[in-house]
Ligand binder design. Structure first.
Ligand SMILES: CC(=O)N[C@@H]([C@@H](O)[C@H](O)[C@H](O)CO)[C@@H](O)CC(=O)C(=O)O
Length: 305
């Protein structure tokens, strides 16, 4: 049995978008406002500095500032997972130590990116972070961006450590999710990554989900979760299908992050532009996005979680 409190990580965790000012610099103020918004809705946790959080497009200092803002605002109310993965092990360890200093509840990391690494290198990279703090560690498996295919053998080896409490799987295979859950065992958490298959992930063994599009409609994912827990399968499917149509529309913009951040802006939560190379919503497409925002708000109203 793991010695960490695993319950606190279950449920809906928003992969929080980055927050910048008008000059494109990290805005602690905007990050606090956004984090507060999610806390007020009743979201369980935040995943800070991951893919949606553009951690890989920020330097170490910017990543620290973002995490500090979130911890200062909601660190006592929500479960905060700090994504500390960086191309170099050195930066990843520095971010891990910082996450512990500011009180994050767990650290998480992708394998190092750009270079094609051996499983031994990735294991060593992760182990350096794990050994640098007393925090629990969540593996972030996203092979479509990192190019690293995590094997069941390496997952099983890592999961044997008390500190390695789970894996966030953004690969689109529920088979793999189920296999990783089986390999990790009952006291090993599996987080669904693809938002389009939250319900499928839960049904096949995920303990919760971490997702980027949750950021503009956490209430709808909380609704799916509520229906799932209450055994209302048909209703859960209905909401998942609604969410999927919305995600399909969001994915039709030049960048998903740009579209989601523009939606937040329409709601008075100005998080700045997505950082380049992620493109903002073109001026000519703003009215289409406004219509999508209205649709999402109307579904949120109907969901009433
Ligand atoms: C490949 C990818 O970026 N997947 C996203 C999803 O939230 C994704 O944006 C969503 O399912 C829409 O396709 C998450 O799994 C990533 C995530 O949670 C993160 O921001 O770290």
């Amino acid at each position: 049995m793991k010695t960490y409190d695993l319950e606190r990580f279950k449920g809906i965790t928003v992969a929080m978008y980055s927050c910048y000012d008008e000059k494109g610099e990290v805005s602690k103020e905007a990050a606090k406002k956004l984090a507060r918004h999610y806390a007020n809705i009743g979201v369980n946790g935040l995943y800070v500095g991951g893919s949606s959080g553009e951690g890989m497009l920020q330097n170490v200092e910017e990543r620290k500032q973002t995490l500090e803002a979130v911890m200062e605002e909601v660190g006592q109310e929500m479960t905060i997972i700090a994504h500390v993965g960086a191309p170099s092990t050195r930066d990843s360890v520095e971010l891990s130590k910082h996450a512990e200093q500011v009180g994050a509840h767990a650290i998480s990391a992708v394998p190092s990116i750009y270079y094609r690494l051996s499983p031994q290198s990735v294991e060593h990279h992760w182990q350096q972070m794990i050994d640098s703090t007393s925090l629990p560690f969540i593996i972030y498996h996203i092979p479509q961006t990192t190019g690293f295919q995590l094997s069941k053998a390496l997952l099983t080896k890592m999961a044997a450590q008390d500190k390695v409490i789970g894996v966030k799987i953004s690969a689109e295979s529920t088979f793999e999710l189920q296999q990783f859950k089986a390999a990790g065992g009952d006291d090993f958490l599996v987080f669904n990554g693809p938002d389009e298959q939250y319900l499928a992930g839960r049904s096949i063994g995920a303990d919760g989900g971490i997702g980027g599009t949750y950021g503009v409609m956490p209430e709808l994912f909380m609704k799916i979760e509520q229906c799932y827990v209450e055994g209302k399968t048909e209703e859960a499917r209905k909401w998942q299908f609604i969410v999927n149509d919305l995600i399909a529309e969001l994915l039709s913009f030049p960048s998903l992050y740009g579209a989601c951040k523009q939606i937040l802006k329409l709601r008075g939560l100005n998080t700045g532009e997505a950082r380049l190379p992620f493109l903002p919503v073109p001026e000519a497409e703003i009215s289409r996005l406004e219509a999508i925002n209205e649709k999402i708000l109307s579904y949120i109203n109907q969901a009433q979680v």
